[in-house]
Design a protein around this ligand. Sequence first.
Ligand code: PMV
Length: 326
Amino acid sequence: MESVATAPGKTILFGEHSVVYDEPAIAGAVNKRAKIKISSAKNNYTTFKSYDLAFEAILDTRNSSYKLVRGKPGIIRYVLNALSKFHDHSPIDIELSLNLPIGSGLGSSAAVTVATIAALFDYHGTPFDKEYLANCAHGVELDVQGIASPLDTLVSTYGGLVYLSREKKIVHFDNHLEVPFVIGFTTKYSNTGKMVRNVRSLKERYPELIEPIIETMGKIANEGRVAILKNDVDKLANLMNFNQGLLDSLGVNTQELSRMVYIARKNGATGSKITGSGGGGSMIALCPNNPDKVANAINRFDNTIKVNFSKEGILLNGEETFYPRL
Ligand code: PMV
């Protein structure tokens, strides 16, 4: 018996941090994915390994603990939490392939969580649909991180470029943004939980100043939606730059992220901003004319990754067919 599920990473265009306070957001699935393969165990214990992450562990699913064979634990807490909720403790072998950098703000934890749960459901013949899957994955992120909006897990489940409304409804854009983006990432992992807690404490200390900033971020996301619908690339760029200033004011910027943001603009990006929780992680640059020039300039000090928005969300055994939810 073998089950394989893959789920995409994502990049946030507008709404990181403000989405935690129910402001709207815009994010897109990317063409880099996590793949989870679950098979009956070769031995009488559960293993979790990833060649891509040079990682291997033996899992104790009853106690949600693990013994590391090699590598760094990183993503393991998400897998253990998913197993504690959606697996019956029978021994299995879990294999992860990942072509996304982890801790980079590109949604690797959500992609791994969504793919793990979908593979477990398939392995056990559990009926599910995308709404249920996204909810379960959000539950895992909440348990592990303490605080998380449903944005990452929704995008990873459904795929495509989406607008998340205040009411947490997702609306897919029919048009696809054709304009090239460059993603730059630092080698410093971004700790989403920590960054979200920092912003929350700022908001508690200075509500009259921070709340309007968060509301403005929501307005930017709404304007961003209009810009995308009209394919107004100039406006999109301005909105990204406004948003960057506001993210900076919330204390989630770093010297490395700033360096990439300004190097991108100096080399022709019309808009550039942090994507994800900041404090490390990634930035995104809108490069209508010269993406290679921008990428090369960023690569002098930092790293870039080429991604495209992708319509594909969760795939089970290579297909988008699901059991109906009972
Ligand atoms: O850094 P990422 O990719 O985990 O994105 C986090 C986005 C936040 O809005 C900061 C948190 C959240 O849960 O939405």
